[in-house]
Design a protein around this ligand. Sequence first.
Ligand SMILES: Cc1cc2nc3c(=O)[nH]c(=O)nc-3n(C[C@H](O)[C@H](O)[C@H](O)COP(=O)(O)OP(=O)(O)OC[C@H]3O[C@@H](n4cnc5c(N)ncnc54)[C@H](O)[C@@H]3O)c2cc1C
Length: 1002
Amino acid sequence: MPSDSALLPPFSAPYAPDDVGIAATLLGAAKLSAAQEARIDRVARKLIEAIRANDDPLGGVEDMLREFALSTKEGLALMVLAEALLRVPDARTADQFIEDKLAQGDFVHHETKSTAFLVNASAWALGVSARVIQPGETPQGTIGRLTKRLGAPAVRAATRQAMRLMGSHFVLGETIEAALERARPRSEHPSRYSFDMLGEGARTADDAGRYFDAYARAIEAIGRAAGANPLPDRPGISVKLSALHPRFEAVSRARVMNELVPRLVDLARRAKAFNLNFTVDAEEADRLELSLDVIAAAFADNSLVGWDGFGLAIQAYQKRATDVIDYVDGLARKLDRRVMLRLVKGAYWDTEIKRAQERGLDGYPVFSRKAMTDLNYIACAQKLLGLRPRIFPQFATHNALTVATILELAGGSGGFEFQRLHGMGEALYAQLGEDRPDIAHRTYAPVGSHRDLLAYLVRRLLENGANSSFVAQAADNTVPIDALLRRPADIIGAANRACHPDIPPPADLYAPFRQNSRGIEFGERSALDKLVAGIAAERAPAHKPAMATPQQAEAAVVAARTGFTGWSRTAAVQRAKMLERAADLLEGRGAHFIALLQREGGKTLDDSVSEVREAIDFCRYYAAQGRKLFGDGQEMPGPTGESNVLRLRGRGVFAAISPWNFPLAIFLGQVTAALMAGNAVVAKPAEQTPLIAAEAVKLLHQAGVPASALHLVQGDGKIGAALVAHPAIAGVVFTGSTEVARTINRALAAKDGPIVPLIAETGGINAMIVDATALPEQVADDVVTSAFRSAGQRCSALRLLFVQDVVADRMIEMIAGAARELKLGDPADPATHVGPVIDAEAKQKLDAHIARMKKEARVHFAGDAPAGNFVAPQIFELRDAGLLTEEVFGPILHVVRYRAETLDRVLAAIERSGYGLTLGIHSRIEDTVDDIVARLEVGNIYVNRNMIGAVVGVQPFGGFGLSGTGPKAGGPHYLARFATEQTVTVNTAAAGGNAALLAGGE
Ligand SMILES: Cc1cc2nc3c(=O)[nH]c(=O)nc-3n(C[C@H](O)[C@H](O)[C@H](O)COP(=O)(O)OP(=O)(O)OC[C@H]3O[C@@H](n4cnc5c(N)ncnc54)[C@H](O)[C@@H]3O)c2cc1C
């Protein structure tokens, strides 16, 4: 066990500090003498020339990418093909996939420039070769013609072979034994190796166990073949923490520390037994603090004393990189131990930018300009070199300028090494080996089967194909060498140019239209702790609001009707300002509303934060839309002497009836839309969540909405019915069940007087279709999120999963394994993934369905629920989709298998349900995706991602058929439906003549 895991306070540094401040420091420190710069130029130039002179007859992926750049349709098609083809087991889907991808690019007119074997083999297989495809043939049907000449199996086999070739370029061996054999020293200056076991992160306990065994076996094999040299001249292994635990995430910290630290210590001890280098890979920024907790605890274990091989990777694109170095150095000092530290630039830049935008963070944890990453890399390198010998720096890069700069800064050969990825940087390091045989370098060598290499392969293709990448530019002879020698400090120039001009801060994602709602990164401990403490400090309100009587409901409508006059005449810009003020107030009182959502709605922390953000977004979005739509009106074209203006105005009093599952976001969304359109509102929330509604109304009043324009009526369905039936109600907006929506519709139709519009959002039997080209790990993540998050109590939640039969067993097993890892319990605990269902009645209904399914369906997973209103995730396989006839509003997933040739029947079954709210598709075949999208009348379709969590203004939400009337909430057409239209025509020539026309003259 760790001797003292509280050795140092845990790592802490600002998550996403301002780029400009960092740039000022880095630019100040980047100055070298003219003589040093000249030496760097000389060394780097020689290395680049060697890269460009490299003439490998086999050709590498660089040649392939030169032939089909990722910025072209052909290059992208190739990458998608490479990512998925090898995992597709059935011929039909493989053929469809190949045809789909080949049809996307103009492969026919592409003349192969390269003489490299890999390029030509692939080009031939892809139907590019002029020997196979006659000029004049269109890409469409390429496979058809190829097939006639060659036969489908030959084309399929050849394409697969081409993809394998691409993969084998980056993988040293399919097994550790094969890899060790290939790594056997053959030259005078052999490379050191660090072996890596390929695979996606673990989703299940079984996955984690398998990865552990693979690492342990590999350490044994590497150790036996390691020879007698001392460290650092010994081979090593790289391990991924996410492969060793199925919930390697910040919120599961306690569990991760309990379960993962002993596993890591166990592996480290095995590595120590052979005195190997043991490096923990660096993963995404939100896992950095957690990774360092795990690493520190393992590193401090007494059993590892006396071994200098323990190490970790640090990413220089992260703004916290120097803080991490300081932390690791502090740890090593305190323990009086040595550590090996691999400095990389970072492999997940695109993912980091997207995540920060999605989560509405205050900034990015990574730099947004490549030159800043390069600059930081050099600053980190300098720091590491100064920390020798306590730290043994390992500089992982394929960039000749970076290599040359480090050589200059190192001032000698001792106490560090370079590292490269297998399949990359060969020519550079071969030249370096010739010029500087005293400089060691290590090759990071992935080991694994073709199926496991796909995600890794795509990362490398992206890396090599990105325009900004050194490897891509070095391979492009049209880029002058001088351009490659430009120093990062010169590229940045001044500190205020540190941020990429086209990558706005997350807060400005929708600027200038509106501000993005602020979110929080749970991976930042200080932010999470502050939020949790803030929530805990919120006291529960003393008593629940009283339910209204029918007389009070009646009185509210009458008062609202009076309030309407003043409100409808309040300028739109004023109404918009009130909504924006409400958004700001809500942002300031996030903890208060989160506490309410947890206590009254049983919502987990993640769900509560998202819901508060959604409510804020609704306020700002409708304010911005309202300014546009309800401003001065729209001038209509017409004859001279007349002005014609079309305006939108409120209809009167709207009844807003909302559900308990989004008691803040849907409630406020309905109310603010109706208000923005100039209506007075009587809002009736669900009887399960009256407090949240009461607080939300209070907030709107505080933001300036007059009490006369917004009235709250608490009550059950009877009160709702009384509101709907009231003669003064001019419109109804409702979210809830289809059945109640129908009742409302009938009640409105039965009323005398003006015809009253109904805007209804109802439920759905939402389906997801997964074919054999989909990535199982991605499917498992997305299915678990879509079906079980929020205890399945979302209208958008996945209910019916259709999986292609040839991959069904593996997919279902992974989904079930991932579901097993979800923690059910108190929603106030950040580690909880699934909270309770809303009430005992809901639980009873779900339990009854589960009991029926246990008899009628095949049970793949039946989780255990703690006492209380909890329902654990369940997975049932149905013989036929028709057996699910109604929406089951809980964490229950129904699975149906289908054969590729019966996809049509799947679509027909979805159509037969009559619902059309959300749909998920997991497929790499665009043709299939396009066909499904064109055919199915479904409101929100999500491809290759989860199918919940629609974002205001980004994925406007609402369905077809039994799922609602439209228009979509959070979309551009929503507000208009709450309004009525009026034109005002003025005869401007009435007072004697058309002065304006006459004044125009000739
Ligand atoms: C031995 C070895 C081990 C590795 N282990 C890890 C690991 O554990 N974790 C990990 O994440 N990566 C790891 N990598 C991958 C590594 O991050 C990339 O290979 C590396 O970034 C490429 O850097 P370069 O100097 O070769 O290329 P360059 O082309 O000079 O640099 C590419 C870098 O710039 C970054 N970049 C691109 N555009 C921008 C932008 N607009 N703003 C800011 N930065 C930008 C990229 O993300 C990338 O980090 C490892 C690499 C090697 C060689």
